[in-house]
Design a protein around this ligand. Structure first.
Ligand SMILES: *Cc1c(COP(=O)(O)O)cnc(C)c1O
Length: 412
């Protein structure tokens, strides 16, 4: 076995190679992850990290979950890809797993969150133009501070200027309204020019912003009154993240369409939209026309095997209840930190295992110091430290994370 010194050299050499071969779009931390187990990650140098990021809300079952690993290995030896020229057993079963557990009647699969939102937008436009015969209903209404992805259309509907700069001209016919402001939504929806209203049940990348009580219901009523498609972007809040399977369950309000991705495959790339029977007509094939939407890889056997397994394991192992319990523990421990460091911290926000610790200044330096001390967290909205650990996380894991964070905050 290589000595620790050799491992450090291997890691440094990899990072040096990265500097000459990778496009420099990212701002990676100087570490190369080698393997994971549950909520632990180990880098190539052998350093251990406690992972409160779960790969940005992706690895719902933690790293190297035995059941997910076994099912994927089995599927890999059986069938990886055939295309949507044929029916795919795993895709049918994954769609059934989603429809059985949500408002959705029908499911379309793609490969990422941005792609899922693209599909939702295409559905809404075509629903109005073709199904309802209303070609003037082009407007897409979105919320300030939102995040919906990085494709040209999804940056256009992302309510944060920094993601749009340098990419214009973008999709036109987008209106931004303040998140949580029903009067602003009413003013724009009443004109009946909008095809859809898209929002996150909790704004995640924007800084863990929980909407005011009654907001989602108010939007539901406005969309019903104006025949506007209501889209919930559940890419981050979905699949158990908030302690309920879907983030919108907290408000008891169902959308016409929801987008999913991140945790759905437990680490295997997959995206999807779930739609009501009515909304699904927006992407339904019509005799004599072209297939209205498609994806080469969408709904492939491997990704769908992952999705079915993740949904089943969450249920069988009671991980929603665990997410609620451990999430409350984070809230309690975050509030203690807010009491202890009032000069640096503002408040604790979030639901389930999507938690933000709002700081008075940029969270970047704290995020870096935590990593050096063996704790992985992420930053949302510039000044918010985000904990979004795997749904298998225990209160002991949280106590270890808080002890590290506390020591970092103490020496700021
Ligand atoms: C991450 C995220 C996306 C984009 O997902 P990708 O898989 O990176 O394209 C879209 N919406 C929300 C709410 C997200 O958190």
């Amino acid at each position: 076995m290589a000595t620790n010194e050799e491992n450090v050299q291997t890691q440094n050499a990899l990072i040096e190679t990265a500097g000459s071969v990778l496009l420099k779009n990212y701002l990676q931390q100087p570490t190369v992850m080698a393997r994971g187990q549950g909520v632990e990650l180990f880098d190539v140098s052998g350093k251990r990290f406690l992972d409160m990021t779960a790969g940005i809300s992706v690895c719902a079952l933690g790293h190297a979950h035995p059941e997910l690993s076994a099912r994927l290995a089995e599927q890999t030896g059986k069938l990886l890809h055939t295309s949507n020229l044929y029916f795919i057993e795993e895709q049918i079963l994954a769609a059934q797993a989603i429809t059985e557990r949500s408002f959705a009647d029908r499911v379309y699969f793609c490969n990422s969150g941005a792609e899922a939102n693209e599909a939702a937008l295409k559905l809404a436009r075509r629903y109005q133009h073709v199904v309802k015969g209303a070609p003037e209903r082009n407007l897409i209404v979105s919320t300030e501070g939102s995040f919906h992805g990085r494709s040209i259309a999804t940056v256009a509907i992302t309510g944060q200027e920094k993601y749009r700069q340098g990419f214009g001209p973008l999709l036109e016919d987008v209106a931004m309204v303040p998140y949580g402001d029903l009067a602003a939504a009413k003013a724009v929806l009443e004109k009946r020019q909008a095809c859809c209203f898209i929002l996150e049940p909790i704004q995640a990348e924007g800084g863990i912003i929980v909407p005011p009580a009654g907001y989602l219901q108010g939007l539901r009523d406005l969309c019903d009154a104006t025949d506007t498609i209501l889209i919930f972007d559940e890419v981050q809040t979905g699949v158990g993240r908030t302690g309920k399977l879907w983030g919108h369950e907290w408000d008891g309000v169902v959308p016409d369409v929801m987008s999913m991705a991140k945790a759905l495959g437990g680490g295997v790339p997959i995206g999807a939209i779930g739609a009501s029977e009515k909304a699904a007509e927006g992407l339904t094939f019509r005799e004599g026309g072209a297939v209205p939407h498609a994806s080469t890889f969408g709904g492939n056997p491997l990704a769908c095997c992952a999705a079915s397994t993740v949904l089943r394991v969450i249920e069988e192992q009671g991980l929603l209840a665990n997410a609620l319990l451990v999430g409350e523990h984070i809230e309690k421990r975050f509030n203690e930190l807010v009491q202890k460091y009032p000069e640096s911290l503002v408040e604790s926000r979030g639901r389930g295992l999507l938690r933000g610790l709002a700081m008075k200044s940029p969270a970047g330096p704290t995020y870096k110091r935590c990593r050096e001390e063996g704790l992985l967290v992420s930053v949302a909205g510039g000044t918010v430290l985000r904990f979004a650990p795997a749904l298998i996380t225990t209160t002991d894991n949280i106590d270890e994370a808080i002890a590290i964070l506390d020591s970092v905050l103490a020496t700021r």
